[in-house]
Design a protein around this ligand. Structure first.
Ligand SMILES: [Fe+2]
Length: 130
């Protein structure tokens, strides 16, 4: 992924959207923060399917009052699908939501926000069959 890194200010972790620099060699920070999208590769138009987004799948992210995942969002391309707000120590940053798409807006895109380490993004291609 040549355009996988979208740092606005490399020295300020709260600035911009972070993604994996190299999916085959994730840093510890990336392992703890990259949202992982689980979804079918192909779905039928207007048919309900489930999308799971998990943060900390590669390496557990802290889940305590001072350091936690604040929210998770899912988009189809740039079209908003859902947002889940998390409470920190009383919730787990993993969510499964039913979705149905009438057409592809682009790849599924997940964003998650860590209160200390900012905004992180992952994408997953999905094909919509007629
Ligand atoms: Fe964090």
């Amino acid at each position: 992924m040549a355009d996988a890194v979208r740092y606005v200010c490399a020295e300020d972790i709260l600035c911009g959207v972070r993604t994996a620099k190299d999916l085959k060699a994730l840093t510890e920070l990336e392992q703890k923060h990259l949202p992982v999208i689980t979804a079918p590769e192909k779905v039928k138009r207007n048919e309900v399917f489930e999308v799971t987004i998990e943060v900390g799948k590669y390496k557990a992210h802290p889940n305590e009052p001072g350091h936690f995942i604040e929210w998770i969002e899912l988009y189809s391309g740039d079209t908003f699908l859902f947002r889940v707000n998390l409470s920190g120590s009383l919730s787990v940053p993993k969510v499964t939501i039913p979705v149905k798409l009438s057409h592809a807006h682009g790849p599924l895109k997940a964003w998650e926000k860590c209160n200390l380490h900012g905004l992180w993004e992952a994408t997953r291609e999905i094909e919509i069959e007629e």
